[in-house]
Design a protein. Structure first.
Length: 218
């Protein structure tokens, strides 16, 4: 019964997203993403959990491996991601290792880029947890911070204020510059880097939101 529910959720989720996003106009800002692809450089794409939906749709088929929590709801997300061509790693990127980190390292060694939500899977929202830094250290991949703005949206009453773009809305995806993190950091340095990258995600998100708001409407 559970397998049937998961499979149905994947099919339904894919269909709903496809129908919704055919009416949504997207703009991508920032050359860094294209530059990394052009030279074949793999990286860790980092964005807030609340904008998972537009990021999933607009980066489908681009070879990302997505870290998904082992929480029960994670299986539903996994099924939708698989239908959009993503590979997934189940587990956590929390400091100290675990299945999630091992999966990320394995994917990086296979030459794949990783997508993570540094405030997931349960928050606090928009707080950059150090697990993403640990993943970058272990894989030696740069972190590419990404902010997303949506002109008109529904916001789910969840910990991450999950964003669903409304039909005919506009989405701006703003790519920052790739960040190479030090191979060794003490706890204080780890906290400082987390604050710095969290601030960068917030800045990119604010600029992306200003861009769609400036187009008028919404």
């Amino acid at each position: 019964m559970k397998e049937w529910k998961f499979r149905s959720a994947g099919i339904l989720g894919q269909g709903m997203l496809a129908g919704l996003f055919t009416t949504v106009r997207v703009t991508r800002v920032g050359q860094s993403y294209k530059d990394l692809l052009a030279v074949g450089r793999n990286f860790i794409c980092a964005f807030w959990h609340g904008v998972l939906l537009p990021m999933t749709y607009y980066h489908q088929g681009e070879g990302f491996v997505v870290l998904v929590s082992e929480h029960a709801d994670g299986e539903y997300i996994t099924r939708v991601l698989h239908r959009y061509g993503y590979e997934t790693v189940r587990g956590s990127s929390t400091r100290g290792g675990g299945r999630g980190l091992r999966g990320i390292v394995r994917a990086a060694r296979e030459g794949k880029s990783i997508a993570v939500t540094p405030d997931g899977p349960t928050g606090p929202p928009r707080v950059f947890k150090p697990g993403t830094l640990v993943a970058a250290q272990l894989t030696r991949l740069p972190i590419l911070p990404v902010g997303v703005g949506v002109s008109s949206r529904w916001t789910v009453n969840s910990w991450d204020r999950f964003v669903i773009p409304k039909p005919l809305s506009r989405v701006c995806i703003h790519y920052g510059k790739p960040v190479e993190v030090p191979r060794r950091m003490d706890e204080e340095e780890m906290e400082e880097w987390s604050r710095r990258l969290g601030a960068e995600l917030n800045r990119l998100e604010a600029e992306a939101q200003a861009a769609v708001d400036g187009e008028g409407g919404g």
